[in-house]
Design a binder for this molecule. Structure first.
Ligand code: NAD
Ligand code: WQD
Length: 345
């Protein structure tokens, strides 16, 4: 028997597709809305191949309130929303701030506004460790200070958290779990779904795997003169399937009314800081594939080091990142090989 019906916005995207798989595996009835601005319809085939279930799919834009309203009418009884739909390229957001504010904030406000009318109680929001900026102390807890955003993208996450909080405080009959992801990486172990970067990847792992397979000549390591043991930046790389599982727990907690306060915030990370150079080494030893790389200058706007204290998620949600980084690197490589086999890149 199906559990509750859940709306997943951005469900054909990277994290949304992995979360849809985990929701279906847990028995939920998933409806996806995506405008396919950064994903494609074939992702539904991957989800179906893994789970044996094809989720309902609505191709529409969440900034279109009328389309959203129709979705709630066509799919009655939605109990929770997981809101992944957003534009997420930090550099692009500096070039096109209005696009980012409009897409990310109008999506959020449309969803929130329709929730009471359609009796939807729970809202899970994809936030980011970007809200902590360059932390004074690592690892960061949920109580660590929020720093001035360094990009319009980052600012949309900070503003979104405030919009959710103000809406809940106004007495709206909803509750929300805000999840602050660190650096999601890897792919489903089946290699049937994964991350599909658009154009030249800006993020480390897709650039690394594309270099390993020969699409890119070499990976540039942005800086080895940071105040870290090997001089390269430190991040908390979290396996995307582990991350997806946290969403199932979060949405269940909301639907079953188990939250301690109407808004809860959780860091989703491993708790381990890993440097860029360590990550390259881990990839090479896990896969046996060399990654040509060279050290270049720092990338403007980069944070030197940030990693999570995930204790609150561990204890309150009963969730823990468990996939070893080597396995995550293997999954990223397997996905890159699958993309070549399928003639995608
Ligand atoms: P993604 O681009 O792969 O997925 C987002 C999906 O939303 C895409 O399929 C896109 O087509 C869709 N979308 C965008 N705007 C839409 C709209 N207006 N209406 C309908 N669909 C729309 O990104 P992702 O990596 O899966 O990220 C998911 C969420 O997690 C985003 O909110 C992102 O900001 C957040 N996040 C991502 C990371 C990361 O490193 N990947 C880290 C922290 C937070
Ligand atoms: C990781 C490290 C780079 C590419 C971004 C967003 C953040 C969050 C996650 C959404 C850095 C280094 C990278 C390359 C490199 N997203 N690097 N060579 O910058 O930690 O975070 O994604 O919320 O908001 O800013 O991720 O993967 O771009 O970089 O050396 O070709 O890898 O300098 O130290 P980042 P990333």
């Amino acid at each position: 028997m199906n559990k509750a019906r859940i709306l997943v916005t951005g469900g054909t995207g990277y994290i949304g597709s992995h979360t849809t798989v985990e929701l279906i595996n847990a028995g939920y009835d998933v409806v996806i809305i995506d405008n396919l601005s950064n994903s494609n319809r074939e992702v539904l085939d991957g989800i179906e191949a893994i789970t044996g279930v094809r989720p309902a799919f609505v191709e529409a834009d969440c900034t279109d309130a009328a389309a959203l309203r129709k979705l709630f009418e066509d799919y009655p009884g939605i109990k929770g929303i997981i809101n992944f739909a957003a534009s997420k390229a930090v550099g692009e957001s500096v070039q096109k701030p209005i696009l980012y504010y409009r897409n990310n904030l109008n999506t959020l406000m449309n969803l929130l506004e329709l929730m009471p009318e359609f009796g939807v109680k729970g809202f899970v929001f994809s936030s980011s460790c970007t809200v902590y900026g360059e932390p004074d102390v690592n690892p960061v807890t949920e109580a660590s200070p929020i720093k001035q955003a360094t990009s319009p993208y980052g600012n949309t996450k900070q503003i979104s958290e405030e919009v959710i909080s103000d809406f809940v405080r106004s007495g709206a009959p909803i509750s929300s779990i805000i999840l602050r992801y660190f650096n999601p990486v890897g792919a489903h172990p089946s290699a049937l779904i994964g991350e599909l970067p658009n154009g030249v990847p800006q993020n480390l792992i897709p650039y690394l795997t594309q270099t390993a397979i020969g699409i890119r000549k070499e990976l540039s390591v942005f800086g080895d003169d940071y105040n870290t043991p090997d001089g390269s930046c430190i991040r908390d790389f979290i396996n995307v399937v582990d991350l997806a599982k946290a969403h199932v727990i979060a949405v269940e907690r909301l639907i079953e009314d188990k939250t301690e306060t109407p808004i809860e915030i959780f860091n989703l990370g491993t708790g381990n800081g890993v440097s860029v150079l360590e990550l390259i080494n881990t990839f090479e030893s896990a896969t046996g594939v060399k990654v040509p790389h060279k050290i270049v200058g720092r990338r403007e706007g980069d944070i030197e080091k940030v990693w999570a204290n995930p204790q609150r998620a561990n204890e309150v949600l009963g969730w823990k990142a468990e996939t070893p980084l080597a396995d995550t690197m293997k999954s990223a490589w397997k996905w890159q090989l699958a993309l070549r086999e399928r003639g995608i890149m």
